[in-house]
Design a protein around this ligand. Structure first.
Ligand code: SF4
Length: 473
């Protein structure tokens, strides 16, 4: 795939994205049509987005063609876990020097691929362009093709230089790379009538492992995981699935839509967070297959899982009931976590609409009720104001906001990609309840909120006079 202006415009105007639909006669959002502005890469450039979407392919090597800092920008920042190979955990970079930038980095790239293949024997090599290598005009496609032929391994160019746009655009460019070079290049050993792909689920903290056993129990097979805990080979035969289940709609919507066009695979968008959403997800998958026996198995599973969960959650619910939280996260989590919190008796008093689609926003409004606050931009000052205004008991947000919570003297729960706890599925609800309870009832908050002695005057010491001093010799 050549990264042309036309390609970028096509991806930015992705028809599957709600942002690009006109609403009630209103024209599309202008923001979606705008090209990246200087500084727009703050919080994740397109390269970062592409690596987020592809690095979870565990048996592949991911080679960043550019200065070492690009690699450092994204390496190790996501908690995607593997049940086997760990090749994806090694950060590979061509680490370009000034000489390479002047004379071109193609030779160095070819040598790097050769070295990786020789020493690491990956299932495939993904080669990421960056701002510098895109600007000096290195021919990534030609080098990757030559290396693939020479070493007999798939070498996939990923054209997502940081300057082309946002992290979200980078996700879509990664999807394009998979569609152009990977999907449809192999056949599975066998297929079943209930084969599905999971798209946009990255197995953060092992979340997918809470869900796959549930699907297996009712006879649904996950043919390809795109891309959490994936092996390269399984993505090659993703075109044989009967249904695509998207877990974060905006990230790889282009991939789901194009697979529907090209291979006739329908797609649905689901969430694994919260009891209701997990129930709905299972029911919707069964509904799509339209098999009454499958629907019955799903209902039976939901009934037994929900009954067991009710018992396990009872002690947590009594301690969490009525607590008020401010939620600051992005995309689909801004509404799916509200639903999970409600299941525990917690009230979400404010949530962010950052990176949310129009559909996400509609769901947020419905779940929050009329008094709920939506936060468009979450600077620390804004968050502190909302916490104070709402009298919230807890902040649920990404890791970098934990200091804002500490300033407000409220407990904090990490919900973003760096987290170490899996909150998806029914098992995830217990984990979330446990984490919330521990955060809210930690004894540190009582100590922290008690005024210091010098603030109350109670512990004030009167000055020591000379006759109170004992002199020892
Ligand atoms: S690709 Fe460009 S924007 Fe992204 S980290 Fe590298 S230099 Fe920065």
């Amino acid at each position: 795939m050549k990264l042309t202006r036309g390609k970028i415009t096509e991806l930015v105007n992705e028809p599957g994205c709600e942002h690009n639909h006109s609403h009630a006669g209103q024209p599309n959002k202008k923001a979606c049509k705008q090209q990246a502005q200087p500084g727009a890469a703050q919080g994740g450039c397109a390269f970062d987005g592409a690596s987020i979407a592809l690095v979870p392919i565990t048996d592949a090597a991911h080679l960043v063609h550019g200065p070492i800092a690009c690699s450092g920008n994204s390496w190790g920042s996501r908690g995607s876990l593997s049940s086997g190979p760990v090749t994806y955990k090694t950060g590979f970079t061509t680490d370009l020097t000034e000489n390479d930038i002047i004379f071109g980095g193609e030779k160095r790239l070819y040598q790097a691929i050769a070295q990786i293949v020789k020493h690491h024997q990956p299932a495939a090599v993904f080669v990421y362009s960056t701002c510098v290598t895109a600007l000096i005009g290195d021919d990534l496609d030609a080098v990757c093709e030559a290396a693939a032929q020479k070493f007999g391994k798939p070498v996939i160019p990923v054209h997502a230089a940081g300057f082309v746009g946002s992290k979200n655009l980078g996700n879509r460019l990664a999807g394009e790379a998979l569609l152009d070079h990977v999907v449809g290049t192999a056949e599975p050993e066998y297929t079943t009538p209930y084969d599905i792909n999971l798209i946009g689920e990255y197995n953060i903290a092992g979340e997918m492992w809470n869900v796959i056993p549930l699907l297996e129990k009712v006879g649904i097979r996950v043919l390809s995981k795109i891309t959490g805990d994936a092996r390269y080979q399984e993505i090659c035969y993703a075109h044989r699935a009967k249904l695509n289940v998207m877990i974060c709609s905006k990230a790889l919507i282009n991939m789901a839509r194009k697979m529907e066009e090209k291979y006739g695979i329908p797609f649905i968008e689901e969430s694994f967070y919260g009891i209701d959403d997990m129930n709905r997800c299972l029911r919707n998958i069964a509904e799509k297959f339209g098999d009454p026996a499958l629907k019955q198995r799903v209902e039976k599973l939901i009934a037994s899982e929900n009954a067991a969960l009710d018992q396990k959650l009872a002690p947590y619910r009594s301690r969490l009931k009525g607590k008020r939280v401010v939620l600051y996260t992005g995309g689909v989590k801004s509404w799916s976590i509200i639903s999970a919190a409600k299941d525990l008796g917690i009230e979400v008093v404010a949530t962010s609409t950052k990176k949310s689609t129009e559909e996400d926003k509609a769901r947020i409004k419905q779940l929050l009720g009329k008094d709920g606050i939506t936060i468009e931009k979450g600077s620390p000052q804004e968050l502190l104001k909302v916490i104070e205004q709402t009298g919230a008991d807890l902040l649920i947000a990404g890791g970098r906001n934990q200091y804002t919570a500490l300033k407000a003297r409220v407990p904090f729960l990490d919900i973003n990609q760096e987290r170490h706890h899996a909150y998806a599925g029914y098992e995830g609800m217990i984990e979330m309840a446990k984490e919330l309870e521990e955060a809210l009832y930690s004894p540190i908050w009582e100590q922290l909120r008690t005024p210091a002695p010098w603030e109350t005057g109670k512990g004030e010491q009167s000055p020591v006079t000379s006759d109170q001093l004992t002199v020892t010799s």
